[in-house]
Design a protein around this ligand. Structure first.
Ligand code: COA
Length: 113
């Protein structure tokens, strides 16, 4: 990243030995998009993105679990959704390891989510 990212609710930068290796977001899912567990939408949505050199060592799962723990303290009982391409096997695996359960599949961005 060219600079320090701005601060907003539920936005985490993940560091390893002082270097940024990933980002986690807990933004509200756009009610206009598919993929909701509440009729009105607007659920908190977990997003994660790590640098390729950091993949495959459990960092995404570890960091997301910590972010979800934090969120459960701040907003007890509030649901969290995530949406990912089903073809993204690493992301599907992270979701499963975090304990997410599949609610539905739908097409978005030209691919199954
Ligand atoms: C998805 C992503 C965050 C995973 O990060 P990570 O730190 O490698 O994740 P973890 O190491 O915690 O777990 C990855 C799991 O997927 C598995 N995996 C990785 N590639 C895989 C593949 N091609 N097929 C099947 N499983 C795969 C790993 O073995 C691991 O599972 P395990 O612990 O049971 O062995 C990372 O690949 C990434 O940033 N991708 C690009 C951004 C992205 O796709 N974000 C999600 C968008 S919704």
């Amino acid at each position: 990243l060219p600079g320090v990212p701005g601060q907003r609710f539920g936005f985490f930068v993940v560091e390893l030995n002082g270097t940024t290796i990933g980002m986690i977001t807990l933004d509200r899912r756009d009610p206009e998009r598919k993929g909701h567990i509440r009729p009105e939408g607007g659920e908190r949505e977990l997003g994660y993105m790590f640098l390729p050199q950091a993949w495959g060592r459990g960092y995404a799962t570890e960091a997301c679990a910590a972010a979800l723990d934090w969120f459960a303290d701040v907003h007890p009982g509030e649901p969290v959704v995530l949406s990912t391409q089903t073809a993204n096997e690493a992301s599907m695996r992270v979701a499963a390891k975090l304990g997410f359960t599949e609610v539905e599949r739908f097409e978005d961005y030209g691919a199954e989510q």
